[in-house]
Design a protein around this ligand. Structure first.
Ligand code: B12
Ligand code: SF4
Length: 634
């Protein structure tokens, strides 16, 4: 929060704001506690603190740095402007890590600040993505510039000093374009860090950092490769240790590693080895959630080292089970023939899995989506599934192609939160697509499937006390709050005056009446859902045979799967994918001892799996390693 300081000497005020976005009624999405601290904010905050400690502006102009995350803190623009004025008038508001869906809110924050004469600079994925992919700046960015807002595209590691120096002279440029040069992040002096009083505003003892940036793949819906590049850049093990120790010293021991694909971080092993040393030799109880691709299990030692390094949760970009969709989206690295092997490997070591699933690829229809989800429930040993609407996010190839072809895309960036339909679909109307997204959560998270997930987890040695809150979180966010689990928080805060520019101020009667009714409804719903889930957990725990639970999804991968599992037989594309893998397996000698026809391009073999029956209770030794969860994510 902004404390009032009346200075006798001028002090440069650097205020960093990570904005939120608006809900469908135009109110800022805010919580008493938000999901997790933003790494984008941590990265820029730490660089700014470094500049302050180095006295970048000289001893006569000290720099004060403040950070706030609007998802858990109200942004008061008048106070910010006053604070800058009271400290000599020199300052900068950096609006940080602004995603496309946050850009309209960022501009609404900037507007009154600009009217008060405050310098404002917006950075993050929206502006970087647009500059990376579009020939001309889009209208919303131009509009921001017309208000006198400056734009920062690219990463801050080598450019923040220049910005602060320019701002101190009152000469901020309209555009800082660092897109052509991706900085080395190996050993930067000020790696991402946020102080504890900031982290306390989020759920649990968790913070986030990026151990690396970039991904080698080429998915057409992805923005990361066009903004952060396809070459892996990574922090050194020393730098990662520095981040872990700084946080551990302030009592934070759980981390979300934000690399979109940690499995493709070229230095994953050296980083894990260092973390393993910290855990096993130095006694640091640190734990992690990572994001990986569906081929990660093929990297020798990756899964076992993940376990030893304290990974307890893993996000997997599964995206779809129809190979025709995956090929159309250039997600060729996702092979349905590897899904079960990969998931069983995570089960083997007792790590909780979340998979992202995208709805609205070109072959999807409401019926096919429903059918695919039933296959997943039956045949894939997966814990959480989260859904996204396929969205041409600015910065992606999909967005660029539609833009260049002049295909309609919704001009309201606030809707680019992967929960709204923002363009057309060849087989679904907007209403059908929206409904398919909304109902997908209910199709996956049925009572019956809750029980199956819990039984599979129990039999695989996953701690149910750790699983239950995440299961609750991912299954309840949309039905209870109407927001994606990644955006949910504890207790929704709404301010009547914090409404999207252009929308009317509602009467207190209407606003508070609806707000109170909403709170009551949600509390009842949350309590009901929690109690219900708890009953299912207790039922499983009380079952003396629960540890011996087995079903189709948990059985080891065998050649015959190809003949009967719907995952491999449901359509022509699936059958072709299996055939292709058979041919590859026959050529390389993998899968069936080189015999052809070898249905098991499928079969678990070598380091891709160990034939270990994930359903057997001998995985029990993993149980004690995961205690009470600190957050729905880590
Ligand atoms: C961790 C993460 C989250 C976390 C935390 C958010 C955060 N930004 O830290 C959570 C879970 C909250 C989250 C939520 C969502 N996310 Co997210 N998230 C990420 C992820 C994986 C890492 C972010 C990160 O740490 N990047 C590394 C930092 C260092 O890079 P950076 O943000 O670009 O910041 C650098 C520069 O941009 C620059 N910079 C940034 N700001 C500023 C400001 C100034 C003044 C200056 C000088 C420089 C500067 O310097 C920084 C340091 O180098 C990214 C993917 C990615 N690789 O970035 C997706 C990503 C940002 N998310 C995305 C999306 C879509 C979402 C959601 C809408 C998903 C959903 N339905 O829930 C929500 C939206 C939340 C909201 N409030 O509306 C998209 C955004 C695409 C776009 N065009 O905007 C991304 C790119 C992933 C994707 N699918 O393409 N996310
Ligand atoms: S695997 Fe993930 S991070 Fe890599 S290109 Fe595809 S969507 Fe992007």
């Amino acid at each position: 929060m902004l404390k009032r300081t009346r200075a006798t000497k001028a002090r440069f005020q650097l205020i960093l704001i990570k904005p939120s976005h608006y809900d469908n009624d135009g109110y800022v999405v805010q919580w008493i506690r938000s999901t997790m601290p933003s790494n984008s904010l941590a990265a820029v905050y730490s660089l700014a603190k470094g500049a302050a400690e180095r006295e970048l502006l000289g001893p006569d102009l000290p720099i004060d740095v403040m950070a706030m995350d609007e998802t858990n803190t109200r942004v008061k623009t008048k106070e910010i402007a006053r604070r800058i004025a009271e400290n000599g008038g020199r300052g900068l508001v950096g609006i940080v890590g602004v995603q496309s869906n946050e850009f309209p809110r960022a501009v609404d924050i900037a507007r009154p600040l600009r009217e008060a004469g405050v310098q404002v600079l917006i950075g993050g994925f929206h502006v970087s993505g647009c500059l990376a992919m579009l020939k001309e700046l889009p209208g919303d960015i131009k509009e921001a510039q017309s208000l006198g807002v400056s734009i920062y595209a690219g990463e801050a590691e080598e450019g923040l000093d220049e910005v602060i120096l320019d701002a101190a002279r009152g000469e901020l440029r309209p555009l800082y374009d660092h897109m052509k040069h991706l900085p080395d992040i190996g050993n930067i002096a000020s790696p991402p860090f946020l102080p504890n009083d900031f982290i306390e505003r989020t759920i649990g003892n968790v913070t986030s950092f990026d151990a690396g940036r970039g991904c080698p793949f080429q998915c057409s819906f992805c923005t990361i490769i066009n903004v952060q590049g396809r070459k892996s850049r990574y922090r050194s093990p020393d730098s990662v240790e520095q981040i872990l120790r700084m946080n551990y010293d302030q009592g934070i021991n759980r981390f979300f590693i934000t690399d979109d694909n940690y499995a493709r971080n070229k230095d994953w092993e050296a980083i894990f080895d260092r973390i393993i040393k910290l855990r096993e030799e130095d006694g640091m109880d640190v734990r992690f959630c990572i994001q990986v691709d569906t081929l990660c299990h093929k990297i020798p030692g990756f899964i076992d080292k993940s376990k030893r390094a304290g990974v307890t949760r893993v996000f997997i970009g599964l995206e779809n089970i129809n190979p025709a969709n995956l090929i159309a989206a250039k997600k060729r690295q996702n092979k349905i023939t590897e899904y079960r092997k990969m998931l069983l490997e995570w089960k083997r070591v007792g790590i909780i899995t979340y998979a992202g699933y995208i709805l609205g690829f070109e072959n999807d229809t409401p019926e096919s989506i429903r059918h695919d989800l039933e296959i997943i429930k039956k045949e894939l040993p997966l814990d959480m599934l989260e859904f996204f609407i396929l969205t041409p996010l600015p910065g992606s190839e999909d967005h660029k192609v539609l833009h260049e072809k002049g295909v309609w895309m919704d001009p309201d960036m606030n809707k680019y939160d992967v929960e709204h339909v923002v363009t057309g679909h060849p087989k679904m109307t907007e209403a059908e697509w929206t409904e398919a997204y909304r109902t997908a959560w209910g199709i996956y998270y049925t009572d019956e499937h809750f029980e199956t997930i819990i039984r599979r987890a129990y039999a695989s040695g996953i701690n149910l006390r750790s699983l239950m809150p995440v299961l609750f979180w991912f299954s309840s966010a949309v039905p209870v709050e109407g927001v994606h689990p990644l955006q949910w928080g504890i207790f929704r805060i709404k301010y009547r005056h914090d409404r999207r520019a252009g929308l009317p101020l509602e009467s207190p009667f209407v606003f508070y009446g609806r707000y109170a009714a909403d709170i009551a409804r949600k509390l009842v719903l949350v309590a009901k859902r929690w109690r219900h889930l708890k009953r299912i957990v207790r039922k499983v725990e009380a079952d003396p045979h629960a540890k011996l639970y087995k079903d189709e999804a948990l059985t080891p991968v065998v050649d015959e799967d190809a003949e009967h599992m719907e995952l491999y037989t449901q359509n022509e594309a699936a059958r072709t994918a299996v055939e292709r893998e058979r041919r590859v397996a026959a050529k390389t000698g993998n899968g069936n001892g080189g015999k052809a026809p070898a249905p098991a391009g499928l079969r678990t073999n070598g380091h891709q799996g160990n034939g270990h029956d994930a359903g057997l209770p001998d995985a029990e030794h993993h149980i004690n390693e995961q205690n009470e969860p600190a957050s729905p994510l880590v």
